[in-house]
Ligand binder design. Structure first.
Ligand SMILES: C[S@@+](CC[C@H](N)C(=O)[O-])C[C@H]1O[C@@H](n2cnc3c(N)ncnc32)[C@H](O)[C@@H]1O
Length: 192
């Protein structure tokens, strides 16, 4: 049976990344968590690429490291136990994509969450580093304290990005009763 056309936010984010990211590219996972997105990116960038992966929690960096080792992908990644808002201190090369999966660490302390002011600072850094044609995907959850404010703050900020340089999209399944995650995507135009 063929898959539905309308996808969940995470699946759509992955499909968009797959269309853009190529072997040898540089990618950034701004919220490593348990490493699923870092693994996905490490597979997309291939042997010649590199993934920078950030998280503020040592537990998340350890979980990501273990997950990468199991898949023999650790040598394609640079794991950084620091906030994504400090991205420009660590990443000194152009990037093809950046990925955010906001909220708290699944299986971890639910009171440690991403914060909109840090995410915006990180996005600003990513926009400086992003190659023309590059993509930033942000999966936002509204079902926990602070999640709705975070989403609205980001939509507000992103809606004011210069349309000559960027396109911004907001994807949401509107008829689902249990607050589904939403996807924000920023594309840097090839010619701006
Ligand atoms: C929903 S989880 C990420 C899930 C992950 N992408 C995965 O595939 O398993 C969100 C993560 O963001 C992290 N985080 C919170 N604030 C952060 C910050 N300022 N910089 C980097 N990571 C942060 C949390 O510690 C948490 O692990």
């Amino acid at each position: 049976m063929e898959a539905d056309i309308l996808k969940k936010a995470i699946k759509l984010s992955k499909d968009i990344l797959k269309m853009v990211v190529e072997n040898g590219d540089i990618a950034v996972d701004c919220t490593a968590g348990n490493g699923k997105d870092t693994i996905y990116l490490s597979e997309l960038i291939g042997k010649n690429g590199k993934v920078y992966s950030f998280d503020i929690q040592e537990k998340a960096i350890d979980n990501t490291k273990k997950a990468l080792m199991e898949k023999e992908l650790l040598n394609r990644t640079v794991l950084i136990c620091d906030g994504h808002e400090n991205i420009l201190q660590y990443v000194k090369e152009d990037i093809k994509c950046a990925v955010f999966n906001l909220g708290y660490l699944p299986g971890g302390d639910h009171s440690i969450t991403t914060l909109p002011q840090n995410v915006i600072k990180a996005i600003e850094g990513c926009l400086e580093l992003l190659q023309p044609g590059g993509i930033i995907t942000i999966v936002c959850y509204t079902g926990y304290d602070g999640g709705k404010i975070e989403l609205n703050t980001l939509i507000n900020y992103l809606s004011n990005l210069d349309q000559k340089k960027y396109s911004v999209a907001n994807y949401k399944i509107t008829n689902q009763i249990n607050e589904p995650p939403q996807l924000l995507v920023i594309e840097k135009h090839k010619q701006g």
